[in-house]
Design a protein around this ligand. Structure first.
Ligand SMILES: Cc1cc2nc3c(=O)[nH]c(=O)nc-3n(C[C@H](O)[C@H](O)[C@H](O)COP(=O)(O)OP(=O)(O)OC[C@H]3O[C@@H](n4cnc5c(N)ncnc54)[C@H](O)[C@@H]3O)c2cc1C
Length: 201
């Protein structure tokens, strides 16, 4: 049973995983099981080139970020389970007892964070009732988002990145994933506000 399972290993999903992973020494997070499903084939990052994203060297390819972020997460936070090459097709159950079904397996989790992009090919059974037209993209692009209130779709389900209705910029997607990670850390900390920092001091 995962405490949280992140679906989507793109910008927002990896950012969420890194912040959750970095809280591993906090007493309220040490015993938490965290997983991320990093199916990468349909990522918008495959074609992207970044010259304007904070902290990322100019000329960085999205395809490089896809593979480098997996290594970053596994080297820095090996306690996070990475599930590669599986695509989520259905979600069953309710908080805190979800079943996430992929094309190969199924996983039990108490909470779900979903950041699989805003393409209108979205087809995850169990979430279709939350799909609405994207509120911050051109109508002719036919993007979608999940209806949410500050990333929360319903009890135990959060959406991040462009699927949460944010405009398509790397820094916005990364910030959205990090924001939800700190929301989850705050919940694990019994509602007391928290975040995760490292320091040289
Ligand atoms: C060509 C191009 C150029 C761009 N250039 C810039 C730029 O210069 N500057 C900038 O700031 N932004 C740029 N962007 C935008 C930026 O890449 C996106 O805003 C960002 O990647 C969105 O992050 P996300 O997490 O919402 O989605 P993504 O990063 O696309 O991540 C979604 C992830 O979910 C996975 N996934 C999809 N379906 C499933 C499923 N059913 N189960 C499991 N996983 C699934 C995908 O494979 C992917 O890994 C560009 C995008 C494109 C396409």
């Amino acid at each position: 049973m995962f405490d949280v399972l992140i679906i989507g290993g793109g910008v927002s999903g990896m950012s969420c995983a890194l912040v959750l992973g970095s809280a591993k020494n906090k007493s309220f997070a040490t015993d938490k099981e965290i997983g991320i499903i990093t199916h990468q084939k349909s990522s918008s990052l495959q074609d992207a080139l970044f010259n304007n994203a904070y902290g990322i060297p100019a000329g960085k390819l999205g395809s490089e970020l896809l593979s480098e972020s997996i290594v970053h997460l596994s080297e820095s936070y090996p306690h996070i389970t990475q599930i590669q090459n599986e695509k989520v097709i259905r979600i069953e159950g309710e908080s805190p007892n979800f079943n996430v079904i992929t094309n190969k397996n199924s996983y039990k989790t108490k909470a779900i964070v979903i950041g699989i992009g805003s393409a209108n090919t979205f087809a995850i059974e169990g979430l279709m009732q939350y799909v609405i037209p994207h509120q911050k993209a051109l109508a002719e692009k036919q993007r979608i988002q999940l209806k949410n209130n500050d990333h929360k779709v319903t009890e135990g389900i959060y959406t991040i990145g462009t699927l949460a209705g944010w405009r398509s910029q790397l820094a916005i997607a990364a910030g959205s994933g990090a924001a939800v990670a700190t929301d989850i850390l705050t919940l694990w900390n019994n509602g007391v506000q928290t975040h995760a920092h490292d320091s040289i001091r």
